[in-house]
Structure formats: structure tokens, C-alpha cells
Design a protein around this ligand. Structure first.
Ligand code: HEM
Length: 452
């Protein structure tokens, strides 16, 4: 008989971390070459890095945590577990092909690109369908829906769209051997997958879990209650975020810079209030169920959301200046992207994974200082990276050197996180230690008690 909550996290995390190490090392090499003027950088390799980090690392990692978390935060309904392994295998093979494609000439490259397109579409659609089952079950119940469930639904729709856009980019690029991906299509796909799927899932999980882990009042009240002012702000902000993802990807696809600029402004208008209600909210009033279990968690959560605010603000300021016709250096947009990707997503992943992996593995976090190093490394790396905007816009050029160092720092932080999580998940639990601890459920019950 199929288990209601199958434990799928391990293979997803291991595949994601392996791709992440390769993708980050490549990114660090590219960054050093660019910022230290060590030599030319081929666009194809930049795209290989982007593809690896987005569809080889972040998407499988978030899907993996989703297989574990979504049933638990969507009324205990099961996922479509049969789709999880095919999704992971497809995304893993797509990641391998991604690194191989630039090395293969001629008609073989044509076939590899087309195969990659089919794999990435299949992996994304299967992954989205796998996690959508609990939400479909909730819809069928026709009961009141919770805010975090709506966020997950939007995120999964963005994953499906992102996967299709990415597949289209690879499919079309196959007809011109050794060409780069169509830039607009690839940028649209990556925006949908990162700012839509991964960020939306991070917001949903924060909305549901921070009440217990940080002691915040739970976000987005259930629909049967009259919405409070806080709920209304939250819903308006979440709608602005969703609209920004759609507008930004359409802007990228159509090559409309002004539309992308407006999307960046909307993104900030959505993300700032959400961050103030989640990671940057006051901790008074909520249940302090878990605050003492992981002393690092509150620092990590607050740092991640502060960096998300920084990324959104940098993007909004640069876009506003551009809309007013002022000269804006393009490196600001790379700084925005990596403040969100490394600063927010990776810092939050180190924070959440370090907290969840021990509960999953039934043993304490292995090598906990490596997780602290990873967390500090991601935060520092994203701030150093943002210096490239200052250097590009006003100089001095030496700042580019400092920004270049952010690459090796982020890559070593990832190595540290991979070592800590890998050791936690792969080592045997202590004799008699359960793989699934009942404490998680007591946490859910405690949150529900607080709500009622
Ligand atoms: C480990 C640290 C990282 C380093 C050193 C790094 C480095 C780079 C470099 C050098 C570029 C090219 C920038 C340019 O063209 O001006 C780039 C682009 C990009 N990076 Fe990263 N990156 C890192 C992490 C990440 C992460 C975690 C993600 C995704 C979650 C990501 C996604 C992207 C994307 C989508 C692009 C755009 C590629 C393109 O436009 O073709 N990067 N990165």
C-alpha cells in the first residue's frame, strides 16, 4: 500500500546539491574572469550556469522540500508520489545534458538540446503536478482555503509555465548549432522558476511555519474569518508579487525593458510588505513553540528577508531611474538577481534545511558550524556581489575585485552546506531514533491551537 507521506526528500536534496556545486563553481570561475578581466567569457557558459542553478539546483531542491512540507501544510493530503521520481530523474538528466551541450559539436548538439527541452518540460510539469495533488484535494472539499495554499498554487503554476518556456528556449536554440539560448525566452523561464516558483514556495512555507519557528502571529487568516487589515495587506502584496512575475516574464519574452522595469517596481511593492509580515515581523504575540530549538534560525530568517528587501529595493531603484531616462549600469540588475538568489534563497535554504533535516533524519544536524558558515557566507557573498553595481555605475574599478571574491565565497558556503546536510541525511540515525519524529505533528497541533 502506498504510504501517505513517502519520504522523498533525500534523493532530491542530493541531486540538487551535486548540481549546485558544479553550477556554483562554474559561476565563480565566470565571475572571476569577468571582474578581474582574466579573459573572455562565452555567453553559452553563462547560460549553462543559469540553467544549472535554476532547473538543476533550486527547482529540484524546492520540489524535494515540497514533497515533505506541502502535504503537512495542506491539511495532510497526500502528494502524487508516483510523479516525484520521474520528475527528479528528468531534471537530473536535463542538468547533465546542460553541462555537456557546449562541448558537443554538430548534429549531436541538436539532439542533445531537443532532448534537454523535453526533459526539462517533463520534469517541471511532473514536479508541479506531484505537489498540486494536496491542493486539488482541498479544492474538492470546497472548504475555506488558506492564504499559504493559494501561494503554493500560484507557485506551481509558475513552475509549469517556467518549465515550458525553458523547454521552448532549448528547442528553438537547437536549429542553430552552437548558438546561445534565445535570451528573452531564457530570462522569462528563469524569472518564472525563481521569482515565481521558488520565491512563492518560500513565502508560503514562511507564512505557515514562521508562526511556530519564530513566534510570529500566523500570516493570512483562514478565509472563514473576516479578513483583518493585516490579511488585506498580505493579499494585496501577494497579488503584486504574482503580477510582477507575470509582467516581468512577458516583458523579458517580448524584449520590453519598460515592462520589465514596471515588473521590478511591482515586485518591490509586493515583497516589501510581505517581508515585513514574515521574516522581518515583530515576534511578539505568537506561540514560542520552537524558538529555543535552533538558535541560528531567527538570525538566518531575518537576514534572508533583509536581503530580499535589499534585492527588491536595488531592482526598483534601478528600474525607476531607467524609466526616468537616467543612465543605469546593467550590473545593478545582476546585483538584484544574486541578492535574491544567493542572499534570500540560499540563506533561507540554509536556515530552513538546517532546521528541517534533523527532524527528517531523526538525528541532530551534523557539523552544525558548517551550516553557520554557509549562512554567513551566502549573506556576505550577496552583499559583496552587489558592489558590482556601485563599481559599474560610479567606480572605482577595484570594487569589482571585491565583488569577484563573492563567487568563491558563495561556492565554498555551498560546499559547507552540502557537507552538513549530506552528513545529516546520509548517516544512520542513532539506534531507536525514529526517521519521522512525532514532534513535527505536535508543532502543527500547537499552531492550530494558537489559531483557534
Ligand atoms: C554560487 C554563486 C554564484 C556565482 C558565483 C554566480 C555567478 C554568475 C555570473 C558570473 C553570471 C553572469 C553575469 C553577467 O552576465 O553579468 C551569473 C548569471 C546568472 N546567475 Fe549566477 N551565480 C551564483 C549563484 C546563482 C544562483 C544560486 C542562481 C539561481 C538560483 C543563479 C542564477 C543565475 C542566472 C539565472 C544568471 C543569468 C544567466 C544569463 O543571463 O544568461 N546564480 N551568475
Amino acid at each position: 500500500m502506498a504510504r501517505k507521506h513517502p519520504l522523498l526528500l533525500r534523493p532530491f536534496v542530493l541531486v540538487a546539491l551535486a548540481v549546485a556545486l558544479a553550477g556554483s563553481t562554474l559561476g565563480a570561475i565566470l565571475l572571476l574572469r569577468m571582474h578581474l578581466a582574466l579573459g573572455p567569457v562565452d555567453t553559452t557558459w553563462i547560460q549553462v550556469h543559469g540553467q544549472a542553478q535554476v532547473f538543476g539546483f533550486i527547482v529540484p531542491l524546492v520540489l524535494g522540500f515540497g514533497t515533505y512540507l506541502v502535504p503537512r501544510i495542506a491539511a495532510g493530503k497526500p502528494i502524487r508520489a508516483g510523479l516525484a521520481a520521474p520528475a527528479l530523474v528528468a531534471l537530473m538528466l536535463a542538468a547533465v545534458l546542460n553541462f555537456v551541450v557546449p562541448l558537443v559539436p554538430g548534429s549531436a548538439a541538436f539532439l542533445l538540446r531537443r532532448a534537454l527541452a523535453l526533459l526539462v518540460a517533463a520534469g517541471s510539469l511532473a514536479g508541479a503536478a506531484c505537489l498540486e495533488a494536496p491542493l486539488a484535494a482541498r479544492r474538492r472539499e470546497r472548504g475555506p482555503r488558506r492564504g499559504h495554499e493559494l501561494l503554493i498554487e500560484a507557485s506551481l503554476a509558475f513552475l509549469a509555465l517556467g518549465g515550458l518556456a525553458d523547454a521552448a528556449a532549448w528547442w528553438l536554440s537547437a536549429s542553430v548549432p552552437s548558438s546561445a539560448l534565445p535570451a528573452g525566452l531564457a530570462a522569462a523561464a528563469w524569472r518564472l522558476a525563481i521569482e515565481g516558483f521558488a520565491l512563492g514556495m518560500a513565502l508560503a512555507v514562511s507564512t505557515r511555519m514562521f508562526a511556530g519557528f519564530l513566534g510570529l502571529a500566523p500570516g493570512l487568516a483562514e478565509r472563514q474569518h473576516a479578513p483583518t487589515r493585516r490579511d488585506k495587506v498580505f493579499l494585496a502584496a501577494a497579488s503584486a508579487w504574482a503580477a510582477s512575475v507575470l509582467l516581468g516574464s512577458v516583458g523579458a519574452l517580448a524584449g520590453l525593458d519598460r515592462l520589465e522595469g514596471i515588473a521590478n517596481l511591482l515586485f518591490a511593492a509586493g515583497v516589501l510588505p510581505l517581508s515585513l509580515q514574515l521574516g522581518l515581523s515583530s515576534t511578539s504575540g505568537g506561540p514560542a513553540i520552537d524558538r529555543t530549538r535552533d538558535a541560528v534560525f531567527p538570525f538566518g530568517a531575518r537576514t534572508a528577508y533583509a536581503l530580499l528587501v535589499a534585492g527588491a529595493t536595488v531592482g526598483a531603484a534601478a528600474s525607476l531611474a531607467e524609466l526616468f531616462g537616467l543612465p543605469v549600469h546593467s550590473l545593478w540588475f545582476d546585483a538584484r538577481r544574486h541578492l535574491i538568489n544567493i542572499g534570500f534563497l540560499l540563506t533561507l535554504i540554509a536556515t530552513m534545511a538546517g532546521r528541517l533535516a534533523p527532524g527528517f533524519a531523526g538525528r541532530p544536524l551534523a557539523l552544525p558550524w558548517l551550516r553557520v558558515f554557509a549562512l554567513a557566507g551566502f549573506a556576505a557573498s550577496s552583499l559583496l556581489r552587489a558592489l558590482e553595481g556601485v563599481a559599474g555605475q560610479w567606480g572605482p574599478a577595484e570594487l569589482l575585485w571585491l565583488s569577484g571574491l563573492s563567487g568563491p565565497l558563495a561556492a565554498s558556503a555551498l560546499l559547507a552546506l552540502a557537507a552538513s546536510l549530506g552528513a545529516t541525511l546520509l548517516m544512520q540515525p542513532p539506534p531507536g531514533g525514529p526517521a519521522e519524529t512525532p514532534r513535527r505533528w505536535s508543532l502543527c497541533r500547537a499552531v492550530q491551537k494558537h489559531r483557534s
